[in-house]
Design a protein around this ligand. Sequence first.
Ligand SMILES: [Zn+2]
Length: 462
Amino acid sequence: MSETLVKFYRGCHGMGIVISVTYGSDRIIFDFGAPFTPLAQVYDGVVRSRKANRVKDAVLLGRIPEVPYVFARENLQDLDLEPYEDSPYNTAIFICHLHLDHMSEIDKVHPDVPVYIHEDGLRLQLALEEAGEEKHYRDYSPFRYHETVSVGQIRLTPFFSDHPCPGSSSFLIETPDSTILYSGDIRFHGSASEKAFKEIEELSSHHIDLLIVDSTTTSASEFAPDEKLLSLYRQPSRDLLPGCVSVPGIYEEIAGQLKDFLGLGVFNPYPRDVQMLQEMIELGERLGRTTVYEPLFAYILLKCRGVASAVIYPDNDEQPVYYQLLKDKCPSVSADQIQRHPEKYLLQSSYRNILSLIDFDGIEGKYYHLLGEPLVEGIKEYGIMKNMIAKLNWSFRSFINLYSFSHAYPNHLAWLVEKINAKTVVAVHSKCPENLNPVNSDQFFPEEGVTYCLREGKLIRE
Ligand SMILES: [Zn+2]
């Protein structure tokens, strides 16, 4: 008789989640990314990746775990791993959202393995491919919230999660004998927090055997300066506790500072946070400022949301094909116009175009690093960015570190765990899974690469 088998290939000690759920000959794998390690990663933009050896290199570098039956025989070279061509499984891969730690290695998967992402995520992927930011490696199958996808006897239903990437999802996975909830990356302090809380309320009506939950903020270094504060914040509640930043809170701070300011407001967002890109236009409107985007950001907004924002073109020789659509649909703004009336603009600025800011030397400015690139303090580029802003004599404001900003605060996390009331909980995406407050569930610490049977809510080594 078949049983539900769960294997945690990676994600029990940090980022880069790869987990499989198998029932008989049906298998789903969720997420397929490498950990985000900006200081240790060999592909730093200088070192070039290889082609025929890319799977082998990624395995040897620890970018992907050794998952059997997903890589083409020809790409495995001399690696001792079962090729897709010999697969006894009906396999599908599901991606919870388009951040690189969840999907960076998907290009190495055999093209015949279906890969599912949310339709809004797919729209973003296509926009990035058209703009030359992503290569077109393969086709994807779209899913929608609350619409079940069947992979043989395994049923997967995506639910909304308010992570800063369009189409972010939690997965409810039902096999003939068990129910699993994978939270995906999740938070409850974005603009859609009410919707995010509601989704968990809805999910709580299911009897969940196993909850696999994003526990990023259980690591104090990624949330609060000291452990004491962290333990205080571990009690389940929906409150936004002191010291916890929210997306609406960030907008309020910026609005307060720019309300009577006669200089230029500049912000540096992450291009995949489409919701924030759109909300910064609304913030501009509230302040009587036009929000102006660089072409890539404007193109993403146009393709993902149908929003035609004002565009400023950088001073270089690039004329990619996608500029044409922007020129047809979006009003353009020149540096000259902004110089004359800086108080009328809210300007997006990416690191790669940071020299464009020299056009506004001598004008007062406030710079907001809204979790754009460079992503984290400590890398060389972050220092260069700050030096540049200092040279312009502008104020520089950044908000809380990337990880905690994009992931549920510990009290929200404990609320989620309590609400779902699973028999067993496994913390993933965290360097300190033992810091999770399992509340009413039994916490289990799986060994990576080991197959477990899920029997009546217990993970038992096969
Ligand atoms: Zn992640």
